[in-house]
Structure formats: structure tokens, C-alpha cells
Design a protein around this ligand. Structure first.
Ligand code: ZN
Length: 235
């Protein structure tokens, strides 16, 4: 497949989903940059995984190494200060009266895409890639397909330049995300995902399970484990 000449900017957190998105972009675009956001996450481990995963991708997949370019890490401490949520403060992760888990940072992806759009504009990149997903998600309204289509339109209009928001995981189950990683990078990418990416809401990295490191019982670990087991069972 011929590579797309447009440059892509991947919203890359160091987790499983954004690692699959980064691999997807490296498979498709000649020039791929990454962006991450430091917003005072309770657990810094995910941010630490970012450079580890980038290095492992460049080392393990030489045909991708030349396409993987700059990384941008933005300090969004402000987001942590305006959000009182379980991801950024010591509140428990629980279901709230409005049906959303307390891990929800209001409008987080809207802000992320706004900042990513600004960086993309300056870097002459016209594709934003994010791991948002409607299938196995926690009900976050800023992960919905229509929200992201609206952001694509808002960014393209607001910056007067075509900006495409790609969400390769939007309609995939977690099992299909494992399958996507396997299709893109074979066993090596699955192993890299298991060993180097972080998902656990509690920041647990003590015990390596079949599907990676994590507490095994938070909602993020549960999704990851069930997806892995379903993919394994079907493979
Ligand atoms: Zn966990």
C-alpha cells in the first residue's frame, strides 16, 4: 500500500489503545508525530510508558522507524486544576448520579483535540489520530463518533485548513483492537503492547498478567483482560 503523503499527529498516551493507533498511523503515513498531555494524572506511569513504547516501536519495526518523528508533551496542569475527578485527585472511581464514572474529566478530548490541532497546524500536519472508541467505552460523551466529527469540522473551519480526525478504534471491540495490533505488527507488536503499554486506572505495574501489567480488577484492567481473552479464544 502506498503511504499517504499527509503528515499525522497521533494522540499518544502510552496506553494500549493509543499504541494501536500509533502503529496504525505508522503503517499508513510517511510522517508521524506524537502528542501527549501531562494534566496531573494521579499515576505518572502512563506518561513514562510513552517514550519506552516509541523507542520499542522504532527498534522493533525498522520500516516504521524512519516514519516516526517528533514527540510533543504538553503541560496541561490547568486541566487537572479545573477538574475534580478520580483520575486527577484522590476521589474513588465510582458511578455518579449522571451515569458517568467519576474518572470522567469533562470535555477532556475536546481540549486535547484543540491543542493537538494547534500543534498540527504549526507542524503542517493535517491528520489527527485518536484512540476514542464507542464500542467498549465508559460512556464518555467526548469519545462518541459524532463528537469527533464535530471537532473535525470545528478545527477545519476554525483554522481554515482541512484537518481530518481519524479514529481507527471507533467501532472495534477490545478483542478487535488486539487483533488490529496483531495484523499490523504480528506477535512482536502484541508482546510490545503487553509488556510496555499501561492501562490500569490504579497505576499498578507489579504483576505481569497474560494481558499485561495491572491490578486486574479496575474497569480499565477488566476491559483489557476480557478483550485479550476474547481475542485469544478466537485466534
Ligand atoms: Zn487496574
Amino acid at each position: 500500500m502506498a503511504l499517504e503523503p499527509r503528515g499525522a499527529l497521533v494522540l499518544f498516551s502510552g496506553g494500549q489503545d493509543s499504541t494501536a493507533c500509533l502503529a496504525w498511523a505508522l503503517d499508513r503515513y510517511a510522517h508521524v508525530e506524537t502528542i501527549g498531555f501531562d494534566y496531573g494524572q494521579r499515576h505518572r506511569i502512563e506518561l513514562e510508558c510513552r517514550s519506552v513504547v516509541r523507542d520499542a516501536l522504532a527498534r522493533g519495526f525498522p520500516h516504521w522507524a524512519g516514519r516516526l518523528a517528533n514527540d510533543h508533551l504538553l503541560d496541561l496542569g490547568l486541566l487537572g486544576r479545573i477538574s475534580d475527578t478520580a483520575l486527577t485527585s484522590s476521589r474513588q472511581i465510582e458511578m455518579q448520579a449522571n451515569g458517568l464514572p467519576s474518572s470522567f474529566v469533562p470535555g477532556r478530548n475536546l481540549l486535547f483535540l484543540g491543542f493537538a490541532g494547534a500543534i498540527a497546524y504549526r507542524r503542517n500536519l493535517s491528520v489527527l489520530v485518536g484512540g476514542m472508541c464507542e464500542t467498549d467505552y465508559s460512556g464518555y460523551p467526548d469519545c462518541r463518533d459524532n463528537t469527533l466529527k464535530a471537532m473535525q469540522l470545528a478545527l477545519s473551519l476554525g483554522m481554515a485548513t482541512p484537518m481530518t480526525v481519524e479514529t481507527p478504534l471507533m467501532w472495534l471491540s477490545k478483542a478487535e483492537t488486539w487483533a488490529l495490533a496483531h495484523r499490523l505488527g504480528g506477535d512482536a507488536l502484541v508482546e510490545l503492547t503487553i509488556d510496555q503499554t499501561h492501562t490500569c486506572y490504579l497505576g499498578e505495574r507489579g504483576v505481569r498478567q497474560d494481558w499485561g501489567y495491572g491490578c486486574g480488577s479496575c474497569s480499565a484492567c477488566e476491559l483489557r483482560r476480557k478483550g485479550y481473552e476474547a481475542w485469544r479464544a478466537a485466534a
